[in-house]
Design a protein around this ligand. Sequence first.
Ligand SMILES: Cc1ncc(COP(=O)(O)O)c(C=O)c1O
Length: 302
Amino acid sequence: MAAISATLSLLKPGDQLVVSELIYGCSYRLFSDFCEHQNISLQFADLTSMEALKTVITPKTNMVFFETPTNPFVKTIDIQQVSTQLHSVNPAGLVVVDNTWATPLFQKPLLFGADIAVYSGSKFFGGHSDIIIGAVTTSKEELSKKLTGYRFYHGALPDPFNAWLMRRSLQTLGIRMERHQKSTEKVANYLQNHPRITQIYLPPIDGQQLLGYGGLLFIRLDCQTYETVQTFMNALELFDLGTSMASVASAVANPYHGSHLSMTPEEKAKISLDEFVVRLSIGLENPDDLIADLEKALDTIF
Ligand SMILES: Cc1ncc(COP(=O)(O)O)c(C=O)c1O
């Protein structure tokens, strides 16, 4: 969150910020609260739609912030199109991409016109759920200077142990992402045909913007009550229950009551997030064991 806060420090009262409506719940709340206090005009919008893009991004827009693949539902937002649109109507406007889920190995926002890419290093970068750290990257020197100044004056600095753990983790990022990707594909293929799953959400890998994808997927369970969802999640033995994710250990979570808890029921309804959507984070265990565990848990809700 410190990385996201650092980019917000680039805005001033009176500015206009456009944010994707499909975004991590705490980011949603941070933007809402920050903009209200700082007198910044904030608009949430469906940035997956070209039509929406054109109406919402105007010469007065100072910053556009989004995650792609989106959270939830891992939809694609076209970084090039957002950047072209913003920079053509406001050359000084900033496009900021939260690239935490794709990682720079699978998606490089700055090559598609984004000004800044931010990362929660607590996820795939760290990969072991034992670090709180983040990163802001930019190819613009002026921005880099401002962000470095913010980091110094606001104390958004990792302590030496976290920095050491991060160095250790980055040595295996490539090999971990390869394995996350292979296992996610295998698990997704299994879930695709399951009668109790009405929908599985995976991002399209176009080979241009998104070169690969691993780890996080969403499923919609075919059930009537949240108790059934809980029965399924509690029956899993190899998936940790909780908000931790993008780690060596697989995890299961309910975004409605977890990552997006800070949004109101109305805000969640607007993005079609209900209680039957479950997020799976596929870790580095043997994928066949994960499939067996999912099968057993799905059997409990038949
Ligand atoms: C996409 C994304 N960005 C940012 C964050 C915030 O990261 P942290 O918990 O490291 O502050 C999260 C946390 O889940 C996230 O999923």
